[in-house]
Design a protein around this ligand. Structure first.
Ligand code: ADP
Length: 467
């Protein structure tokens, strides 16, 4: 993480940025609305005052006492809340009467008068109004209206109106940084909290090593995405652990299996070389050694085939195999052995079956099964081979009436080097079934034991179409 921002920090920045943009847009719209509203209010307020004055002029004449009083009264009423001024000029633009704040800013008054009917005043004719600035950034609004016999003017100092909008803007400017700071802080805490499971996963993964595989990632039970990820990783670790344990067992067994014949050979050699021997004795010793070497080489060969088959079946290897023909070939190969043991080798009428696969691998599978069936069936027994096709799968059953396999051994016999009732001198090394199962798996099929109490049924399922 060094040199780069953490996900938490990045999300906090993005989140704060997004909030800043949103709040700014919102505040801008609000400011524009308040501004427009106050502007409108100021114009309506001034227009009403000037309209009152125009009405008094209409009623009492422009240069009467009553009109003058009306002007002073109107200014007094308005000035309670706002700075306001009103004045009247005669036809020659000579000042007749003036009241309110206008007295302090007489020099600011324009002398041009627009041609507008008095009745149009409240329609907010833009021509009636002009805006001026008296400093301090507070503009005033001037309204000039022609009246009977002269001109009426109204003046409104807009301080109160402008202040409302300005206060709003200032409040936003002062509070925004603080608000952003709070949001950034809270966002960071929230992001950190929700990223904690990822940190736990990383820490656990760092602790896992070849000698330290028991670690599991804690799950919260919330069933959210991170919890699901933790569960998936734990399940993956279970599979890795299982694979590791299998590999360890396999290498330990392989080493043990290879060491036994080697030790035996070494002992035999030591004993033979202890003293002078006759040629017959040497021949016998060499014969024993030859037997052990064959056993050893069978073991090494089996291991190599197993490693090869675990890599899977390549596309080039896959051809259409005549399964029935292959089964006939295998059984006729073992016929002499079966005859020797007086075992009946029974092959049912096989329907024509074709499966995609490697003929030599499939040959090995069925040779192992038929050989085992003969090996583990006492004299006078029967070994039979049947085949059929069900739902796109070929099923081959190799059945014998032999010694059978205890249910608790049903899965273990497929583990490398596992031999039931381990008699190390018995022919075979305990790799036949694991190899056969791997070879069938490489074809996308399955090999299982379905044995009863009398004898064993090995069932091979092979797909008849490539996956
Ligand atoms: P191997 O035959 O070389 O010992 P396998 O892997 O072929 O090795 O078989 C493993 C073990 O399974 C054998 O040692 C034997 O105990 C048992 N087994 C295999 N096939 C049969 C069978 N048809 N009947 C009884 N036991 C069998």
């Amino acid at each position: 993480m060094t040199g780069r921002l953490s996900i938490g920090a990045r999300w906090t920045l993005r989140f704060t940025g997004a909030l800043l943009v949103t709040v700014s847009i919102f505040a801008g719209i609000l400011y524009a609305q308040v501004s427009a509203r106050t502007q409108h209010d100021a114009r309506v307020f001034l227009a009403l005052r000037v309209k009152d004055l125009a009405t008094a002029v209409d009623r009492d004449g422009i240069d009467s006492e009553a009109t003058r009083n009306a002007l002073i009264r109107s200014v007094r009423v308005g000035e309670a809340d706002f700075k306001l001024g009103l004045q009247l000029f005669d036809e020659n633009r000579a000042l007749l009467v003036r009241g309110g704040s206008l007295e302090r800013h007489p020099q600011l008054l324009p002398r041009t008068v627009p041609e507008v009917e008095p009745s149009a005043v409240l329609a907010e004719q833009t021509a009636l109004f002009s805006e001026h600035d008296v400093g301090e950034n507070y503009p005033y609004l001037l309204m000039t209206l022609p009246v009977e016999g002269g001109v009426a003017q109204g003046f409104l100092y807009q301080r109160q109106f402008v202040r409302a909008a300005r206060d709003l803007r200032n409040q936003f400017l002062y509070t925004a940084p603080m608000m952003l700071l709070i949001v950034a802080g809270m966002g960071y805490l929230l992001a950190r909290g929700s990223l904690q499971p990822i940190k736990d996963i990383t820490a656990t993964a760092q602790r896992i090593s070849g000698t330290h595989m028991e670690e599991t990632i804690p799950t919260s039970g919330s069933r959210d995405e991170l919890d699901e990820l933790a569960g998936t990783l734990n399940a993956m670790m279970d599979r890795v652990r299982e694979g590791f344990a299998r590999t360890r067992r396999f290498s330990a067994n392989a080493a043990h299996e290879l060491r036994t014949p080697l030790n035996r050979m070494r002992g035999r050699l030591e004993v033979t070389l202890e003293k002078e021997r006759t040629p017959d004795e040497y021949r016998e010793a060499l014969g024993d050694l030859m037997h052990d070497v064959e056993h050893l080489s069978e073991g090494v060969h089996g291991l190599m085939r197993l490693a090869q088959s675990e890599a899977g079946l390549s596309d080039e290897q896959r051809v259409d195999v005549d399964l029935s023909g292959l089964l006939m070939e295998v059984t006729s190969f073992f016929e002499p052995l079966a005859d020797e043991k007086r075992i009946t080798l029974d092959v049912a009428d096989l329907p024509p079956i074709t499966v995609p696969g490697d003929p030599s691998w499939l040959h090995q599978v069925f040779a192992n099964l038929v050989h085992n069936a003969i090996k583990y069936t006492p004299e006078g027994g029967t070994v039979s081979v049947e085949a059929a096709v069900h739902a796109g799968d070929a099923t081959v059953v190799v059945r014998d009436t032999g010694i059978g396999i205890a249910p608790e051994e049903a899965e273990r016999i497929f583990e490398p080097f596992h031999r039931v009732g381990a008699k190390p001198d018995a022919p075979g090394v305990g790799l036949g079934l694991p190899l056969a199962r791997e070879l069938v798996r490489a074809h996308g099929g399955a090999l299982n034991l379905m044995s009863g109490s009398d004898g064993s049924d090995f069932v091979v399922r092979l797909p008849t179409r490539s996956a």
